[in-house]
Design a binder for this molecule. Sequence first.
Ligand code: ACO
Length: 166
Amino acid sequence: MEPALNILVLMEETIRICDGESASDLRQSLQRLNACLFPVKYKDTYYRDAVLAGSYTKLAFYKDACVGNIACRLEETGPYIRVYIMTLGVLPSYRRMGIGSKLLQSVLGLCQQDPRVVDVYLHVQTNNDEAMEFYKNFDFQIVDTIFNYYIRLDPPDCYVLSRRLR
Ligand code: ACO
């Protein structure tokens, strides 16, 4: 059975979480959004991991339009889980409306409920000031800098941001 996906539906002031996006619909929506959002073509493993993460991967809708996503990978080590945010993005016309925050809050809420989750982490390009400002609001800390992390981006360096949960 395909894992259920939570869809974050934003209709002006009303937020609704629903289940039931199929894996192929999810993949198509992620592909469409990522092509507009990121200068990287994601491999099959990204889409496989995003679907396997179940409710930790979400789409945001504004009215009928699919305008953002958060896609996670769950990394299990013994009894613990680390949640890795592979992508978080909102289409340019829909930014600064709180949609990115709602996507991230929704994932952080799931993390709080699962005692196995120890932290949430991600990589962000060192010149991505907008994303750094955004994650600062959610108490993410820089825990590492990796030089030459990206092969095709300039600058090629990234920060590792992490928020510990327990
Ligand atoms: N400049 C400064 N601060 C910002 C900016 C910005 N451009 N964008 C968001 N913030 C901060 C502000 O404090 C903002 O609060 P305010 O609007 O009340 O001032 C707060 O973050 C919340 O903003 P939201 O409206 O919730 O965020 P948004 O929906 O615009 O999404 C995101 C933010 C996802 C970073 C968006 O800008 C985006 O899609 N950027 C391109 C993709 C990207 O860089 N993604 C992150 C890369 S890392 C990764 O994917 C794992």
